[in-house]
Design a protein around this ligand. Structure first.
Ligand SMILES: Nc1nc2c(ncn2[C@@H]2O[C@H](COP(=O)(O)OP(=O)(O)OP(=O)(O)O)[C@@H](O)[C@H]2O)c(=O)[nH]1
Length: 687
């Protein structure tokens, strides 16, 4: 670990910027991070995600799965100024990490491809940025294999953005390959050179004609928010270059446009232009602090966007400093009400962190030993701390897995490790099922849960067994009956005697359990009646079908006792025997939990979603356009819990990964026929 005590301010004193790399799954974010680091000299040459040598995939899980499964922050210097890039995973299953990080950044680069199938995911990400008010560039990646005209691609991508996508560059074609680009703001042509800065070439011929046309179309879009420019265009006056750059920067910052740049992360093409756009157009920390409502203050104020428990103990809190100056050893107060001393400030540099003695507003760092600080907290060196600057709400979990440690001696360790994992990633949730004694881990999808299991093993050294969570089946009865229950035992000395007559009948659905007594003449002495109720409750635990019994009413009407041998225990046993013997004669019936499920999906997938629900014994309640989401629908249905288990897997495959759902328990419903027989048989085998 190196010691770097220099301030990262550039010669012009610009504060460090923080930029998110976001975008649909596998669009090339990690490769772009690598290319940026290589082109700006932070690393000697770019590694590759394909052979697991990239910075962004520094952690083992990312390498193993060849996909981003967590955030990576890496810092570089460009033209004397410092930039930290946060590479966010593209998979929707790991979107919480991205959501927690976005509020901290000055701008986002949305890395995307000319692939219409990824449109819904692109729309989800742009939505997130639009709602947070984060300025965003689109980086149209993989231009090395573009086969479509960029303008056509843009028309395909435009519905994903609420604001106009403004093409800043056009490609220069050499046959079917993109050989370079023309920057429409600079009016300059460049030819790409692999792993080197692009070379300026003369803009002429057909490229010049295309440039004129494309530039005019860019200016027209900018003029929608600039009356002077509109007049110049109408009067055929060429606007001054500075004014065009000013408009690009202002309209980006005000969220009025989303500029589009081209490139190939793999070949490091278009990277320096992108850096220049960030340098000139992306806002700095002062504007970000204003967006977040950070009060004017001399104190260091920061936002924690990631917490990481280290393998051999200790914790790192990744934070963006939004104002002031922070020294190692400073005492920090957090918005969750805790205070602690920073022990170690590390510059975030993709797994090769270097120590810093102090940091300034703008920098993104990892802070050591802030044990009580959580992701999402605001931290401050002041005597008071502003309330949380942002409230990042975790998406409801959609897939569950029951866990147990392979070795029972690890039970406590498992509990602690799960607590840490859910603290790091609140889109995981742990529910202890009191009925089955299972620990159920809820998450955002198969890979999310698999990575959590791997972390339990690799980081916390716990081997875990998993199985599908138990469904909350219950049973009830349809027919009333009167039943006697007797318990009599004469085994020398004191005997046991209890005798009860129970009227057992069904209750309306959802009423649970009711017990009353109508004993006359002291047939069962009053002091034994609570024990009778306990005996019935014992019998409720497992009915003839193998499940807990509900919606039953029991009335104790008669019985008898023995002055010496009767006891609470004897009456409890008698009641349990009577109740248990009665149930099979009461037409027992299986009940399954039914949930209301609300699915959101792109409209073109709605018919498929309806078919999925019908195939899962769902009852569709209706569908409607999704409020405020043009091109999306909401489908509501009642669905048995047993059918929700892997719903997300089928839903994502039908919606290019964009569909999701929420659910809430609604009622228990009777199941009969073959479905019920299969459930009961499977339960018997498992038991
Ligand atoms: N042809 C071409 N392939 C690229 C380019 N950039 C990335 N790739 C490939 O696209 C695949 C995904 O690249 P990554 O950089 O891992 O993508 P990512 O967006 O970080 O992936 P996730 O974080 O898992 O969503 C890899 O096989 C890369 O080699 C590019 O500019 N051109």
């Amino acid at each position: 670990m190196g010691q770097d005590l220099r301030s990262p301010r550039g010669p012009q004193g610009n504060a460090a910027k923080c930029i998110a790399l976001v975008g649909p799954f596998q669009s090339g974010k990690t490769t772009l991070l690598e290319a940026i680091m290589a082109r700006t000299g932070a690393i000697p040459r770019a590694g590759s995600v394909d052979n697991g040598t990239s910075i962004g995939d520094a952690n083992m899980e990312a390498r193993a799965h060849k996909m981003g499964v967590g955030l990576t922050a890496a810092t570089t210097t460009f033209m004397g100024d410092s930039y930290t890039f946060i590479d966010c995973p593209g998979s929707v299953e790991f979107a919480h990490d991205m959501r927690a990080a976005l509020p901290a950044v000055d701008a986002a680069i949305v890395v995307c491809e000319a692939d219409a199938r990824k449109l819904p995911q692109l729309q989800l990400i742009l939505r997130e940025l639009e709602d947070l008010g984060i300025p965003r560039f689109l980086f149209l990646n993989k231009i090395d294999r573009a086969h479509k005209r960029v303008r056509e691609t843009l028309a395909t991508l435009q519905p994903a953005s609420r604001v106009p996508l403004v093409l800043r560059q056009i490609p220069i074609w050499n046959g079917d390959l993109v050989a370079g680009f023309v920057d429409l703001a600079l009016e300059r042509a460049f030819v790409y050179r692999e792993h080197k800065a692009s070379e300026v070439i003369k803009l002429e011929g057909g490229d010049l004609d295309r440039e004129k046309e494309a530039r005019f179309s860019m200016l027209e879009k900018l003029a929608d928010h600039d009356d002077a420019l509109m007049e110049q265009l109408l009067d055929d006056i060429a606007p001054p270059a500075d004014a065009v750059f000013d408009d690009l920067a202002r309209e980006l910052r005000e969220g009025l446009i989303c500029p589009v740049l081209l490139g190939s992360a793999m070949r490091e093409n278009g990277v320096l232009r992108l850096m220049k756009a960030l340098r000139h157009e992306a806002p700095g920390v002062a504007e970000t602090a204003k967006r977040l409502g950070v009060p004017d203050s001399k104190d260091a104020i920061g936002y924690v966007f990631k917490s990481s428990h280290l393998q051999h103990g200790g914790k790192l809190s990744y934070a963006r400093v939004l104002s002031g100056h922070l020294d190692d050893g400073a005492t920090l107060l957090s918005s969750s009400g805790e205070s602690g001393r920073v022990s170690g400030i590390l510059a975030a540099s993709g797994g090769h962190e270097s120590k810093r003695a102090s940091v300034e507003a703008g920098e993104t760092v990892a802070l050591g030993k802030l044990d009580h600080v959580r992701t999402g907290d605001t931290i401050s060196t002041g005597k008071t701390v502003p309330a949380s600057l942002v409230n990042v709400v975790a998406a409801s979990p959609v897939l569950a897995m029951a866990l147990a440690s392979a070795d029972r001696k690890d039970d406590v360790k498992l509990g602690q490790a799960l607590l840490r994992l859910t603290e790091e990633d609140p889109s995981l949730a742990v529910v202890n099922n009191a009925q089955t004694h299972d620990v159920v881990l809820w998450g955002q999808g198969e890979m999310h849960l698999r990575v959590a299991m791997e972390r339990l093993h690799d980081r916390f050294g716990i081997n875990v067994k998993s199985h599908a969570p138990v469904i909350g089946y219950q049973e009830t009865i349809r027919k009333p009956i009167t039943q006697r229950g007797r318990h009599k035992k004469q085994s020398g000395g004191h005997g046991q005697f209890g005798d009860v007559v129970l009227e057992i009948g069904p209750l309306p659905r959802g009423e649970g359990f009711a017990f009353q007594e109508k004993v006359v003449g002291g047939a069962v002495p009053r002091n034994y009646i609570p024990a009778v109720q306990e005996g019935v409750v014992d019998g409720l635990q497992r009915g003839p079908l193998g499940f807990p019994v509900i919606d039953v009413q029991v009335t104790l009407t008669d019985g008898s006792y023995h002055s010496v041998d009767s006891s609470d225990q004897a009456f409890r046993t008698a009641a349990r025997i009577g109740f248990t013997e009665a149930l099979p004669q009461c037409q027992p019936v299986l009940l399954e939990p039914i949930h209301t499920v609300e699915i959101v999906c792109p409209t073109e997938a709605t018919a498929k979603v309806n078919a999925i629900l019908s195939g899962r014994r769902g009852q569709i309640l209706g569908f409607d356009t999704r409020d405020n989401w043009p091109g999306w629908d909401t489908v509501r249905a009642m669905l048995p819990e047993a059918e929700i288990g892997d719903l997300i897997v089928e839903l994502r495959s039908a919606t290019a990964g964009a569909g999701s759902f929420t659910r809430s328990f609604d009622h228990m419903a009777e199941v009969s026929g073959r479905t019920a027989d299969q459930i009961v048989a499977a339960h018997r085998v498992a038991a």
